[in-house]
Structure formats: structure tokens, C-alpha cells
Unconditional design. Structure first.
Length: 292
């Protein structure tokens, strides 16, 4: 994937779910804790930022316009790229089942709800940071040279445990569309607080991804029509992540926003010839508006 010209793409705007997370980009709390049941929350963040792409010849993803859409009924909810049903709900815990779009394809194509398609160039990659030099440089394969990977929908279950300003999340997801036949298990923690006029959050977590999931997206096989010396079998592993966020009210409708995240990939993914970075990171600074 080379740079995308203004002539070819200046009219294309896709919705982006902020940093690939299903939770509101505007809130330091989550779900029904923030949103009045039965009402829509629609917001828009405008600013500058980028998300790095770990794949060979993959363009960094510009973060410019970030829609934020959520609705929580008594049980049914929509939170950006996730639709779910809450079976249990209390002040201290909740149990959800949900479906969501698998985010792995976002690195292969801009036509994904995790991405905002605007003209981009190598400047975005430089702004986010230089690539790690791959230990497999002699076996590098461009994503332009492999077969297209398909979209997938995941179905899962999630258990929330809340206490004060803290929340733990435990979730399990599986491929509901028969694309990669893989699974994921996630453990996440979020703390949100206030310092002077600023609200802030910190959210470390770790995700286990199965070998079927890693191999489908990052493995190389005969259907990719490459020399057999490039073949690679992806392997399962743990991927830790951390995200931090801050916001400050400007007035009743507008607020300052800042977000950053960093995710480390497992060796079963990074040893693939199409992967040149062992991480992805993102940063966004801008303003947000919530429509009443």
C-alpha cells in the first residue's frame, strides 16, 4: 500500500471507532454508568493523530474525525462497533453477550470501521515513530503481494466487576462467521479519576489470541501465490496493551481530548514475513462535542 493521493481519496470518509475500542471516546466511565438509559449519545472528536501499521508497506492510519455513537436500553445496547445484551446489571457487576467486528483486518484495508480513510503519506508513519528493523528483513513480504484477508464478526461474553473508580473486564470471543475459526480471551482493568479540572483514565490489559486467528491474518500459505520459502504458520500468544486518556471541559458542549495507546504483539505474529513492527501505537489530541 503506497501513499493515497488527495485526488483519489479526498471525498472518502469512514466512521472510526476510537483506537479500536468499543467504549466511548468521550467518557471516563463506561456504558450505563455514563449514559442515561433509553437515550442516544452521539459525539464527534476533531483533531490530529495517527495509529501505526505494523505490516510491511502498510500505511499508518490517520485519526482526524472520530465519531462516537452509543445507546443503552434496559438490556440491549449499541456502543460504537459493538452490539450487545446485558443479562445482569448492578452497581458492582454486569454480564453481557455481544457481537463485534474483528479488528485484525483494519491493518490490511482502510475499508474497515476501525479506520478513517483520508489522504495519507509516510509522514504519518514518521509522526507515530519509526519501524523496528525486522529480524526477518530478507524474508519481508508486502501486504500488496498476499491474498486479501476477509472481514470477520466475533461473538462473545463479558463479565464486569466494578468498585469505586475501578473496573475489571473479563471477556471471551470466538469467530461467528467461520472466517478464521479463532478465539480470544481478554482481561482488562480501567481506573478513572479527576485531577483539578481534568478527568483521566488508565487502562492496561492483556489479550490471548489463538493460533487460528493469528495464522489466518498473518500466516503465509499456498493461496498467497508466493514462493514456498516465504510460507509461515502463525502461532498463539499473549498481547499486552495500555491506553491512557484525559479530557477537560471547555464549556457545556465542548471538551479537550487526548488519548494514547500501545500494544505489544506476540512472537507468533511478529515473526511473519508480512509483519515489520512488534507493536502498534496511537495518539490523538483534539476537541470533542456531544450532541444533545
Amino acid at each position: 500500500m503506497g501513499a493515497f493521493s488527495i485526488k483519489n481519496h479526498s471525498m472518502i470518509l469512514l466512521m472510526l471507532w476510537f483506537l479500536m475500542l468499543p467504549h466511548s471516546a468521550f467518557a471516563d466511565c463506561t456504558g450505563q454508568q455514563c449514559i442515561e438509559p433509553g437515550k442516544w449519545q452521539i459525539g464527534l472528536a476533531l483533531g490530529i493523530g495517527a495509529k501505526s501499521n505494523p505490516l510491511v508497506d502498510g500505511d499508518a492510519i490517520p485519526l482526524i474525525v472520530l465519531p462516537d455513537i452509543a445507546y443503552y436500553g434496559d438490556n440491549l445496547y449499541l456502543d460504537n462497533a459493538e452490539i450487545g445484551y446485558q443479562w445482569l446489571q448492578s452497581d458492582t457487576s454486569a454480564l453481557d453477550t455481544f457481537i463485534s467486528i474483528n479488528s485484525e483486518k483494519a491493518f490490511f484495508t482502510f475499508w474497515h470501521p476501525s479506520n478513517l480513510l483520508l489522504p495519507s503519506s509516510n509522514a504519518f508513519n514518521q509522526a507515530v515513530g519509526p519501524s523496528n528493523e525486522s529480524p526477518y528483513d530478507t524474508r519481508r513480504v508486502s501486504i500488496d503481494d498476499v491474498q486479501s484477508r476477509k472481514w470477520a464478526i466475533d461473538a462473545g461474553i463479558r463479565w464486569h466487576i466494578r468498585s469505586g473508580n475501578s473496573q475489571w473486564r473479563f471477556s471471551a470471543k470466538t469467530d461467528a462467521t467461520g472466517v478464521h475459526h479463532g478465539h480470544q480471551f481478554e482481561v482488562g482493568y480501567r481506573y478513572h479519576g479527576k485531577w483539578h479540572d481534568w478527568r483521566f483514565s488508565i487502562a492496561p490489559g492483556i489479550t490471548w489470541k489463538s493460533s487460528q486467528l493469528i495464522d489466518y491474518y498473518y500466516g503465509i500459505h499456498p493461496q498467497d501465490n508466493l514462493d514456498s520459502t516465504f510460507y509461515y504458520q502463525g502461532a498463539s500468544g499473549w498481547q499486552p496493551t495500555i491506553a491512557i486518556g484525559a479530557s477537560k471541559a471547555i464549556n457545556q458542549d465542548w471538551q479537550w481530548l487526548a488519548r494514547a495507546s500501545y500494544t505489544w504483539f506476540n512472537s507468533g505474529m511478529t515473526h511473519s514475513p508480512i509483519v515489520e513492527q512488534s507493536f502498534t501505537r496511537s495518539i490523538f489530541i483534539g476537541v470533542g462535542y456531544v450532541f444533545e
